[in-house]
Design a protein around this ligand. Structure first.
Ligand code: NAD
Length: 334
C-alpha cells in the first residue's frame, strides 16, 4: 500500500511512519510544514527509497494534490495543539477543522481507499463517566478540542454523504521518545522529566488529582497501523485508550523515582481554566475490532523515556529554558 501521513514529521506521525515502513508499506509519504515537526524525527528513514517528505501546508491545494497523487491510504495527523488554540484560536480552527475538510475533499477527488482521521480524547471534555466509551458525550473545553471534533464530524459526514471509507480514532495521552517538552507543544510528562533532570521541582496546576490515560507511542503507532487494513472499520469511531488513569501527583512521583530525585516534590500553581479534570478511555471496541492490546506499562515507559532524554545529548539547562510552565491564564494574555 502507498500511504500518506500528514503531520508525519511530528511526534506520533514520525513513529507511525517508522511502524508502517517496518511492516512493509510500499511507500510512505509525509506531508508536513515543519511548524512543530522536524526532519530530525524522520532522519532514520531519509535514505529509505520507500520514503518521501513533502514540505508544505495542508491548507494549500497544490501541495495536497502533489502529496495525494497515487496514494491508497491517508493518515491525517497534521494539526496545531491545545496551547496554540488559546492564543490563536482562529488559526487553530483553520488548520485543524478546515484543514481536515479540505484534506477529505482532495482525498475523495484522488479516489483514495481509506482516510484515517487521528482525533483526540480532548473532544470529550472531562469524563462524565469512566471508562469513557465511544458514546460518551463530546463537550470539548478548548478551541483545540472543538476544532478536532469538527474534523471528526467532517470525516463521518464524508462516510455518510459520499460513501467514502473514513475511520476516526481518538488517542488519549501519548508519550515516548520525540515527545514535545518545548514551548507551545510541551506535554506534561516530558516537561516534568526535563525539569527533574535539571534538578528543578515539577509544576502541577491545581491539586494534582486530575487524571490522564497514557499510552506509549510504540503502542499508539502499532494501533494506528492496524487501522489501514480490514473490513468493518469504515464509518467507525474508535477510542484509543489504555484503560488506566494516572493522576498528575502520581505522574510526578513516577518521574521522581525514575530520575532518582524523590526529594523534588511538586510546586502547585492555580488550576488552569478549561483543564480537563478526568480522562480514562475504554479500550474495548478498539480491541474487539482490531485485536489491539497495549504492551508497555506506564512505569516502564517513563523509565525508558527518562533514559532517552539522558542519552539524547542536549544539556538539561538548555532544555529547561525552552519549557513554558506558565499557567494557561498567563498564556492567553500573550
Ligand atoms: N500527543 C498526544 O498525546 C496526542 C493525543 C491525542 C491525539 N493526538 C493527535 O495526534 C496527532 C499528532 O499529534 P502529535 O502529538 O504528534 O503532535 P505534533 O505537533 O508533533 O504533530 C503535528 C504535526 O503537524 C504538522 N503541522 C502543523 N500544521 C500543519 C499544516 N498547516 N500543514 C502541514 N503540517 C502541519 C506539525 O509540523 C507537526 O509535525 C494530532 O492530530 C493530535 O491531535 C495527540
Amino acid at each position: 500500500m502507498r500511504i500518506l501521513v500528514t503531520g508525519g514529521a511530528g511526534f506520533i506521525g514520525s513513529h507511525l511512519v517508522d511502524t508502517l515502513l517496518a511492516r512493509g508499506a510500499a511507500e510512505v509519504r509525509v506531508l508536513d510544514n515543519l511548524t512543530n515537526g522536524t526532519r530530525q524525527n524522520l532522519a532514520g528513514q531519509s535514505a529509505n527509497p520507500r520514503f518521501t517528505l513533502v514540505v508544505g501546508d495542508v491548507r494549500d491545494g497544490v501541495v495536497r494534490e502533489k502529496a495525494l497523487h497515487g496514494i491508497d491510504i491517508v493518515y491525517h495527523l497534521a494539526c496545531l495543539g491545545v496551547r496554540h488554540s488559546l492564543h490563536d484560536p482562529v488559526e487553530n480552527h483553520e488548520v485543524n477543522a478546515l484543514g481536515t475538510l479540505v484534506m477529505l475533499q482532495s482525498a475523495r477527488a484522488e479516489g483514495i481507499r481509506r482516510f484515517i482521521y487521528v482525533s483526540t480524547s480532548e473532544v470529550f471534555g472531562t469524563a462524565q463517566y469512566a471508562p469513557m466509551d465511544e458514546r460518551h458525550p463530546t463537550w470539548p473545553e478548548t478551541v483545540y478540542g472543538g476544532s478536532k471534533l469538527a474534523g471528526e464530524a467532517y470525516s463521518r459526514a464524508y462516510f455518510r454523504t459520499y460513501g467514502m471509507d473514513t475511520v476516526v480514532v481518538r488517542p488519549f495521552n501519548t508519550y515516548g521518545p520525540r515527545s514535545h517538552f518545548e514551548g507551545d507543544s510541551g506535554e506534561v510528562l516530558p516537561r516534568t522529566i526535563v525539569r527533574l533532570l535539571a534538578g528543578e521541582r515539577p509544576v502541577i496546576f491545581g491539586d494534582g488529582e486530575q487524571t490522564r490515560d497514557f499510552m506509549h507511542v510504540s503502542d499508539t503507532s502499532a494501533a494506528l497501523a492496524l487501522l489501514a487494513q480490514g473490513p468493518g472499520l469504515a464509518g467507525e469511531t474508535l477510542n484509543l485508550g489504555s484503560g488506566c488513569e494516572v493522576t498528575m501527583n502520581a505522574l510526578c512521583a513516577a518521574v521522581a523515582v525514575a530520575v532518582g530525585r524523590p526529594d523534588l516534590v511538586p510546586v502547585h500553581d492555580i488550576a488552569r481554566p478549561g483543564d480537563v479534570r478526568r480522562l480514562l478511555g475504554d479500550p474495548t471496541l478498539m480491541a474487539s475490532l482490531t485485536g489491539f492490546a497495549q504492551t508497555v506499562p506506564f512505569e516502564r515507559g517513563v523509565a525508558e523515556l527518562v533514559a532517552w532524554f539522558e542519552a539524547s545529548g542536549r544539556e538539561n539547562p538548555d532544555r529547561l529554558a525552552q519549557i513554558e510552565d506558565r499557567n494557561w491564564v498567563a498564556l492567553e494574555a500573550v
